[in-house]
Ligand binder design. Sequence first.
Ligand code: SF4
Length: 447
Amino acid sequence: MQKEIIVINPWIYDFAAYDCWVRPFGPLRIVAGLKERGLSVRFIDCMNRKDLGTGNDKDRDASFGCGKFKKTLIEKPASLRDIDRPYFRYGISKESFFQQLPSKQPKAVLVGSMMTYWYPGAFEVIQIIKKRYPRVPVVLGGIYAALYPEHARKYSRADMVISETNFEKVFSNLERFLRISHGSSLSTEDVLPAYEFYGNKTAVAVRTSEGCPFNCSHCVSRKLANQYKQRSPEKVLEELNKYRQKFKTRDIAFYDDAMLVNSENHAERIFKGIVSSEMDLRLHFPNGLHACFLNNKNAELMKKAGAVTIRLGLETSNWLIQKNIGNKITEKAFLRAVETLFDADFQPAVLGAYTMMGLPGQKPEDVLQDIAFLTDKCGIQAFLAAYSPIPGSKDFANMSIHIQEKLLEEPLYTNNTVFSDFSGVFDQDTIRSMRKIASGKNKKLQQ
Ligand code: SF4
């Protein structure tokens, strides 16, 4: 009988984490690719909120398929000792994880990774696997492995580290390593996440395009996907229809970095297809839409298709800093985009924009101005994210050698909770007070 390949989505180790449509998109595509090759696969999701295996785990859905992860207080790693906040392992219990490991030796174990500072979760999984199956090869992939390949090779104990995120390249690397090649390569478009292996089908993540045509200084989208590509709208509709029919899923979170590019031939066709097929979906855009590509037509179609969570990417309303980080929007264009959304009958409670705290050159007064710009002037909610430079971004290359070395040596310092502390300008108290102001103003807009 064929030996199994185990694919694992590891735990999150952090000060805070919330399931806002966090789905193991990459690992589930690997599962689908392996199944496509006729291999026997087992998927273990350490972040499964529906895991009922250990008694006190409850279904913790809040709204639209989002909700709280189960968390366990753990000791902070030595490098985070000075941070005055509790640290947690988020996800299923260790007991549940052990229960899901098969007694028979698998052929290989593939471990994913997401945020660079969540690597302790992947390392923990690898450590357990190495102990349980000492002779089984372990492969580590995902975003942390792609942005920190040397760190991962040095410390993870994985037998192979895949420093790519392009699916075809990842898969062909895997096939070579596991000696499962079938000669032809898999087409990216045909391999969709294997949600049939996923415990929580209330909401699923869908990606209609890869990459982004912009190249903002704080972002690594260009590094992770060096080409901007859109899928065929027909294939996207087929995929959505499958989830609706097969899993009864209504909530769709779009994982695109730039869905509205070439809107007439892409997003508008997808929205039109959703409307005409009466799928009755709720659409969410947690990654942020480009305000510069919004127009009356796509906004109206988006509304008719069932959009209920609209987030725009603003980053900053200091227009000089905006120009320096990527020049993706002007004040006039942003105000026009918001007006377009109101004209399409979207209400303030479903509208918001992301801004950052701690961008190079930014001051706390700039963030106060962002909050006022969004909530008072535009009438939409302000969602603040603390900044930290990511290796591979232009900002990172412009940091002092001292900071670069520090962040390269310890990915935990790229956690925005930590970076804000040693960057000096935006300390935790400042960040907390900004969040409080934004939250107060957002609450009024949610009424
Ligand atoms: S920040 Fe947004 S617009 Fe800029 S490169 Fe990244 S994904 Fe594209």
